[in-house]
Design a protein. Structure first.
Length: 232
C-alpha cells in the first residue's frame, strides 16, 4: 500500500492571457465549479472489494465526494483533487494489480449545476500543486480543452504552457493520436495534468482535461512515444 502523498506549492510562469481575464477574489470550489469525475478499473476478480476498500480508506481531505454506478464525483481545491485521485488510484493498484483509471477535471461555470461565478472572469491559484512520489509508475494519455468562445482566443498559448509544465516535471514522452503521452511516477503524471489544467485556467474560465491512466500493465514497454508533435 502506498502512503498518502502530501502536497506542496509550485509556481510557474503564466500563459498568455486574454483581454477578458481579470483578477478575481478566490472563489469557493463549488462557486467556480472546480471538480473531477474518476473511474478506476482494477483487472482482478476481487475488483469490487478493492475499489470499495480504496474509497473507504482514501483520505477525503474535505472534498465533496459522491459515488454512483458509473463514476465518483469530487469537488474541492485543486491540491486536494490531485492528492485524492493519486492516492485512490495507487491504493487500487497496490500489489502490482493491473489498473486503468479515467479522470475528467473541469473548472468554470458552463455545465456545472452549482456554479455562481460572475460573468467573464478567469481565475486559478498562483501555486501549482505538487506531491511527494506515490511509488508506482504510470503511463497516461492526456487531453486538455480550453473552452473559450472568444474568436480572438489563443488556445495554443495555454496548451503549450501546459506541455512545457509537463516537460519540466520530466513526464512528457511525446504525442499520440488525439492525446499527449505522459510517463513517470503516478504523482508526477497527475501533477502535470492538474498543473496544466490550472495553468490554462488562469486565462480561460471554462477548462476541462481528460486523462486515461494505466498502471502495472503487462503490455507496458517503457518506451517513450515518438515525437510527431506535442499537443494536449
Amino acid at each position: 500500500m502506498t502512503h498518502t502523498p502530501h502536497a506542496s506549492g509550485q509556481t510557474q510562469p503564466r500563459p498568455a492571457t486574454h483581454a477578458h481575464s481579470a483578477p478575481h477574489p478566490s472563489p469557493e470550489p463549488a462557486q467556480y465549479g472546480i471538480g473531477a469525475r474518476i473511474s478506476v478499473h482494477p483487472m482482478t476478480s476481487d475488483f469490487a472489494d478493492r475499489i470499495l476498500t480504496a474509497l473507504t480508506e482514501t483520505d477525503p481531505r474535505g472534498l465533496t465526494i459522491e459515488t454512483d454506478d458509473v463514476s465518483t464525483f469530487l469537488q474541492g481545491p485543486e491540491t486536494d483533487l490531485l492528492a485524492y485521485t493519486t492516492d485512490l488510484i495507487a491504493r487500487v493498484a497496490a500489489g502490482g494489480v493491473h489498473t486503468a483509471a479515467h479522470i475528467l477535471f473541469s473548472r468554470g461555470c458552463p455545465g456545472e449545476i452549482t456554479c455562481e461565478l460572475p460573468g467573464g472572469a478567469a481565475w486559478a491559484p498562483a501555486e501549482l500543486p505538487s506531491l511527494s512520489p506515490a511509488g508506482v509508475h504510470a503511463g497516461a494519455h492526456w487531453s486538455l480543452y480550453p473552452l473559450d468562445d472568444d474568436p480572438a482566443a489563443d488556445h495554443m498559448a495555454g496548451i503549450e504552457a501546459a506541455i512545457e509544465h509537463a516537460r519540466s516535471r520530466g513526464v512528457l514522452s511525446g504525442s499520440e493520436h488525439f492525446a499527449t503521452r505522459l510517463d513517470g511516477d503516478l504523482a508526477d503524471v497527475l501533477g502535470a495534468v492538474v498543473g496544466g489544467w490550472q495553468l490554462v485556467g488562469r486565462s480561460t474560465r471554462h477548462v476541462t482535461s481528460h486523462v486515461s491512466v494505466s498502471l502495472n500493465s503487462p503490455a507496458a514497454t517503457g518506451t517513450a512515444a515518438d515525437s510527431r508533435g506535442e499537443t494536449a
